[in-house]
Design a binder for this molecule. Sequence first.
Ligand code: HEC
Ligand code: HEC
Ligand code: HEC
Ligand code: HEC
Ligand code: HEC
Ligand code: HEC
Ligand code: HEC
Ligand code: HEC
Ligand code: HEC
Ligand code: HEC
Ligand code: HEC
Ligand code: HEC
Ligand code: HEC
Length: 448
Amino acid sequence: MKNKPAFAQTVLFAIGLGVMLLGSPLFSQEPAQEVTIDPEDCGNAQCHASILERRYVHDALEDDCTTCHESNGNPHPTAEGPEYSLSEDPPDLCYSCHDENNTRSVVHSPVEDGDCLTCHDPHGSPNKFFLAYASIDSLCQDCHDLDFQELPVLHGPVKAGECTSCHNPHESDTQALLQEPKPGLCFSCHSEVEEQAGMATLHPPFEEDCQDCHEPHGSTFPSLLVEKVPTLCYDCHDDVQETAKTSPVKHSPVFDKKSCLNCHSPHSSNVETLLTNSQKNLCFECHNQKIKVDGRTIANIQKVVEQSNYLHEPLESDGCVVCHQPHGAPYAALLESTFPRKNYAEPRVENYELCFGCHDSEMMLAPIVDSDITDFRDGRRNLHYLHINQKKGRTCRNCHNVHGAERPRLIPAHVPFGKWEMPIKFQFKKNGGTCQPGCHEALTYERD
Ligand code: HEC
Ligand code: HEC
Ligand code: HEC
Ligand code: HEC
Ligand code: HEC
Ligand code: HEC
Ligand code: HEC
Ligand code: HEC
Ligand code: HEC
Ligand code: HEC
Ligand code: HEC
Ligand code: HEC
Ligand code: HEC
């Protein structure tokens, strides 16, 4: 069944021949005086002492040498007694005491060839496992090109030369001789990542194969990544790349160094869409302060929200992304539909798609309304129409803060008017309200 190495058959248990054939002087003594061979005493000082003088000696040598060697009938060249050869060739010799290690579905080629002695010294060695090499990686390197060892980022166990922490040197049921299938193999050292596998949302490639994103040995990129983020992510999410690159309005965290990892976990999360924090809190990680950009100042939205007694319902129930596109958007303020960010705009529905996607546009279009259209009316006269539906129509932001406000109906104490924070001085009444903003004197409306 197996190829028995021919060379092993010629091995002779003989000093002179050993010196000549193998070039390793086993004897320090002059072979002048004749000795009589007692198999229990082959390892004595005069003969093969060096075999027993190794840091790790094969336990099989505890009994006499004839467990593996036997007389071949010829005279011993240097001593009185028979010449010895192997009683059996490896690997059968080894398998007479050790379990066969060539029975699983993937067998390492040298093991399949019965070539135990390329890697092991049958007697012992200065190295553990009687290895014929000073270290495991130098052993592997003898037959394998380990280019990856030149890479700037090396995996911990590769750096330490511990190839066998992941590869079985003999056989395996997993391809590439892995000690255990992935991801169990990886989890055996990365228990913190194993915990992430218990979270509510798992990224499909994380469940499928860590190697979609990580190199097992070494890489040019941090965290052993096969590519740097976001290129790595764009390989599978080209739609997001398209949005990020082509949207007229960009969101800078998508383009900074952390990129996608500002907001997403690459592995798993207890929050939808692999977010690293609940959605609102995620946005507040950065929007918890004013941000200066292109000569203007973006409001501290967390402060607005926290100081508001009344929040816009979609913000409260669905968070920020009902209105904002985190990756990039066609309209200012990362909005996915139109909304005038100035104080004046023409009263066309196309200018207010965002608001009228959820609210009835009749509030802007109909001069006379019933109670179901708006409460901002004097009798049936629609005061939304009055303010908005003019050539120089006043936009919603003159009276509302879309995120939240101190008073009901999203009416804040003041609104931005150029550089001026214009006070609104609005008072609710049972049947209407009174308003004395920066732009006109106190006026009152009554619905009934
Ligand atoms: C576990 C089996 C085993 C035992 C026990 C064993 N040998 Fe060997 N021995 C081998 C094998 C296998 C080879 C062939 C090595 C090769 O081809 O490189 C060998 C080769 C040799 C050789 C020739 C090549 C060399 O390595 O120098 C000598 C000498 C030798 N053995 C001496 C001994 C002595 C002395 C003992 C007892 C102290 C002993 N052996 C016990 C397996 C064994
Ligand atoms: C006569 C029985 C016998 C034979 C034949 C034998 N071994 Fe062993 N070997 C042992 C014993 C006993 C041990 C120590 C207990 C153990 O670890 O299994 C051992 C240990 C080993 C170890 C080290 C295990 C460790 O955990 O450190 C290696 C490697 C090894 N043998 C390789 C071989 C190879 C290769 C051959 C064939 C050339 C071979 N053995 C032949 C009995 C044998
Ligand atoms: C490609 C090199 C290589 C070959 C070929 C090889 N071994 Fe090993 N063997 C190793 C290494 C490396 C270890 C140490 C494993 C570790 O670090 O856990 C080892 C460990 C062992 C051990 C002790 C641990 C165990 O797995 O039981 C035995 C016994 C053993 N080998 C026997 C054999 C036998 C018998 C053969 C031939 C059929 C053989 N080896 C062929 C590299 C090899
Ligand atoms: C004596 C030469 C030799 C040594 C030493 C050796 N290998 Fe191999 N190895 C081979 C050959 C031959 C193959 C099969 C051809 C190939 O796939 O490159 C192979 C294949 C492999 C494979 C791929 C198996 C697969 O299914 O893709 C891995 C992994 C491997 N070896 C790891 C190791 C490790 C780890 C070591 C050190 C413990 C080692 N090898 C030492 C010769 C060797
Ligand atoms: C952290 C685990 C791990 C360590 C440590 C490790 N490897 Fe690997 N190795 C792998 C994985 C995973 C594969 C790829 C398996 C696959 O593609 O399915 C692999 C593949 C290989 C292959 C197959 C050819 C290839 O590159 O795809 C060889 C050869 C190999 N490793 C050798 C080594 C050597 C030599 C060492 C020690 C310097 C080592 N490995 C250390 C996990 C490891
Ligand atoms: C034998 C233990 C062991 C196994 C198995 C193992 N790793 Fe590691 N891994 C380590 C060590 C040690 C480090 C270095 C830790 C450090 O530097 O803090 C590490 C680091 C990493 C890193 C971070 C690198 C960085 O630069 O931050 C990644 C990613 C990684 N491993 C992925 C994997 C994957 C994927 C697998 C399975 C194919 C795996 N590991 C299997 C021990 C292991
Ligand atoms: C979709 C790509 C992707 C997949 C699939 C993936 N990772 Fe990661 N992994 C990353 C990225 C990106 C980082 C860097 C995270 C950072 O820098 O915050 C990372 C970091 C790590 C780290 C180091 C930091 C940490 O979180 O401890 C380890 C270890 C790790 N991954 C292991 C794994 C294991 C094990 C698997 C498979 C079960 C896996 N990864 C699958 C992309 C991935
Ligand atoms: C190997 C392909 C692959 C890579 C690489 C990859 N992903 Fe994914 N990702 C998927 C698949 C498949 C899905 C599930 C289907 C979908 O939503 O497109 C997914 C889903 C997602 C989701 C949505 C999850 C949900 O619950 O809706 C996010 C967010 C995500 N990936 C982010 C990332 C980030 C960030 C990276 C880079 C670190 C990345 N992905 C790299 C394949 C990949
Ligand atoms: C500023 C935070 C943030 C950044 C940076 C970010 N995302 Fe997202 N991403 C989100 C949020 C929030 C959602 C959920 C959107 C929703 O539910 O409508 C999301 C959804 C997704 C989805 C699933 C739905 C979809 O839009 O396809 C994918 C895939 C995704 N992101 C990938 C990425 C990738 C790839 C990157 C890096 C280029 C990235 N994200 C950068 C916040 C971010
Ligand atoms: C990692 C920090 C970071 C996170 C997390 C973040 N942002 Fe931003 N965001 C910024 C920065 C910096 C700017 C200003 C530069 C720019 O326009 O991209 C900005 C700008 C914006 C703008 C545009 C404001 C304007 O007037 O131009 C909106 C809207 C916005 N972010 C919404 C969100 C939402 C919604 C989330 C949560 C899904 C979020 N951001 C998460 C850093 C972040
Ligand atoms: C109902 C839709 C809606 C929701 C929900 C919403 N926003 Fe906005 N957001 C807007 C509109 C509209 C603007 C533009 C306001 C303006 O120009 O007056 C805006 C503006 C912004 C700005 C820019 C402010 C500035 O001063 O330029 C940021 C930052 C922002 N939103 C973040 C958030 C965050 C964070 C959340 C979730 C906590 C959120 N938004 C929820 C509609 C919304
Ligand atoms: C995703 C749907 C949605 C969008 C988009 C939306 N709203 Fe709302 N809005 C609601 C809901 C739901 C309520 C609470 C029920 C109601 O009053 O209709 C509400 C309530 C309001 C209120 C009254 C608050 C109260 O206390 O009753 C105002 C004012 C308001 N929205 C203004 C706006 C403005 C201005 C826009 C455009 C920037 C807008 N909304 C966009 C869904 C939306
Ligand atoms: C001149 C100030 C002003 C402007 C401009 C304005 N609103 Fe109002 N809005 C109000 C007042 C005041 C109320 C509260 C009426 C009440 O409950 O007595 C209100 C109430 C609302 C309500 C609650 C339901 C209702 O109609 O009573 C919604 C929704 C609303 N406004 C949306 C908008 C939208 C969308 C825009 C821009 C297209 C807008 N508003 C522009 C002052 C204004």
